[in-house]
Design a protein around this ligand. Structure first.
Ligand code: TRP
Length: 485
């Protein structure tokens, strides 16, 4: 059965793996799609699909603002080291878990050990937290697209434009609601396939445009200092917080520690190589993040004269820096450039939000045995309600804060810096001590040697769990002011 992966055997596997109606429907859909896609079922198809889910606002919006905030080069270095170690090991582990069990997160852990079903549930909670605030940022992108489209791009380059926008009570809510509604319409009518087709053209277009804007931004006067800030590590700026921020970003950007890669792995064919697929997904995702940083950080540095307050401003960095770059092209040129850029980012954000919503909908279908339609409506309303506080937290509710974090930052912190590290830690323990590394490495070796087998074993059993636990405990104590690191 391992080698002979005909659609029929796959069908059997999938049916056996997923008991619930909802999940079977989703997997069947994928299976039908797989049969139709013909040559696209191979490894390239898998890599593109997984990378497509991984690339989104995490790369374009979140990575640059974190890198700027946490000292530039030192964050970059930490991130790359973590991606090559923790990221590689965890992505291998999750994809293999999925392929081995043929099930999505909720069922994969349960299938291998009943007592560990809770870990599937923990993984399921994370996208539920992310989707609402992801959509708030998606709404911001929508607003900028609209501003440039209607010819007011030049005003977006003004210093107070971004703050005036996010602190106003209704506008961000309106754009957030439009964004969620767009994702909902795609999910409820099941037209993701159409979106996927378009994304094969639009995503490369986004990459090309980003390269173009980056080249221009790097030729602006004074950008060399910014490039140095971004690329050269300053070890004095290193702290445990840098590591936590980089780790959370890694999980977020690569869609790890939330069950997504388990689900993707469950769709992967037995003859496709896991190890090299993981390398490719990692290179793709990290490459786009690094490029976005290069586009935004030197520009932000130039416009602010290296002011640490501007660089450390957080979620607004992209929205403040890029319109100023576009403004250099004059009203018409800048308008066209800005419209195009924000349209493509909006598209990337929307595809990620659709796939997040899809994930949450199938969780609701599975847990509550509801139809796809009902589940979609529940998720839609729930996302709207949960997103409101995140949006208002920058204006009317700005008084609500913990440790200097806005409401959106709190959700972001809870998912990326608390729950994801916990899920990752438990996944390592589960594989290293409950399932046994051998079970996983055998699955990887079904087609060829696993070059990093020893490294994988040591990382999963010792390095990852111990380091993640240490980072987690110190930083949570820090947020609650127990001690300052
Ligand atoms: N990785 C995505 C990004 O960089 C965000 C994300 C996290 C995501 N989990 C996901 C997207 C699940 C789709 C599905 O923006």
């Amino acid at each position: 059965m391992e080698d002979n992966n005909t659609p029929q055997t796959e069908e059997l596997q999938i049916n056996a793996a997923s008991k619930s109606q909802g999940e079977t429907a989703a997997l069947q859909e994928n299976l039908v799609e797989k049969k139709k896609r013909g040559s696209f079922t191979g490894k390239i198809g898998f890599v593109l699909a997984a990378a497509g889910s991984a690339v989104g606002l995490g790369n374009i919006w979140r990575f640059p603002y974190l890198a700027a905030k946490y000292g530039g080069g030192i964050f970059l270095l930490t991130y790359i080291v973590l991606a090559l170690t923790f990221g590689f090991v965890l992505m291998i582990a999750e994809i293999t878990l999925g392929r081995k069990t043929g099930a999505s997160a909720i069922n994969a852990f349960k299938k291998l050990n009943k007592k560990w079903a809770f870990l599937g549930v923990l993984c399921a909670v994370i996208p539920i937290i992310i989707l609402p605030y992801y959509s708030v940022i998606g709404g911001w992108v929508g607003k900028y697209f609209f501003t440039f489209l209607t010819g007011s791009g030049a005003s977006a380059a003004g210093d107070s434009y971004f703050n005036n926008f996010i602190s106003s009570p209704w506008q961000p809510l309106l754009f957030f609601a439009i964004f969620v509604t767009a994702a909902f319409v795609v999910v409820i009518f099941g037209v993701e396939k159409g979106i996927e087709k378009v994304s094969k053209f639009l995503m490369p277009a986004l990459v090309l445009l980003t390269i173009g804007v980056t080249i221009y931004a790097l030729t602006m006067e004074g950008s060399a200092e910014g490039v140095k800030y971004y690329l050269l590590p300053d070890f004095k700026k290193f702290s445990i917080k840098t590591v936590l921020a980089a780790l959370g970003q890694l999980f977020y950007s690569m869609s790890l520690a939330m069950g997504i890669m388990i689900t993707y792995g469950s769709y992967m064919k037995k003859q496709d190589k896991i190890e090299s697929s993981v390398h490719q997904i990692e290179i793709f995702d990290t490459g786009i993040a690094l490029l976005s940083g290069l586009m935004i950080i030197p520009a932000a540095y130039t416009f602010s004269g290296g002011n640490p307050e501007t660089l450390g401003q957080g979620p607004g960095l992209m929205f403040v820096a890029l319109p100023k770059v576009f403004a250099k092209f004059g009203t018409v040129g800048g308008g066209i450039l800005g419209t195009l850029f924000f349209a493509l980012v909006l598209f990337a954000a929307l595809t990620s939000a659709i796939s997040l919503m899809e994930t949450v909908v199938s969780i609701v279908m599975d847990k509550f045995h509801l139809s796809r339609k009902k589940s979609s409506i529940i998720v839609y309303v729930g996302t709207l309600l949960l997103g409101i506080p995140s949006s208002l937290g920058f204006g009317v509710w700005s008084a609500v804060s913990v440790g200097g974090m806005t409401i959106l930052d709190m959700f972001d912190f809870l998912s990326n810096s608390v729950l994801m590290p916990i899920a990752a830690l438990l996944t390592c323990v589960f594989i290293g001590y409950i399932v046994g590394c051998k079970n996983i490495t055998d699955e990887i070796e079904l087609n060829g040697a696993f070059k990093f087998k020893k490294f994988f074993n040591v990382m999963i059993r010792y390095v990852c769990p111990i380091c993640i636990a240490a980072i987690l405990v110190t930083s949570i104590l820090d947020v609650f002011g127990v001690f300052n690191i």
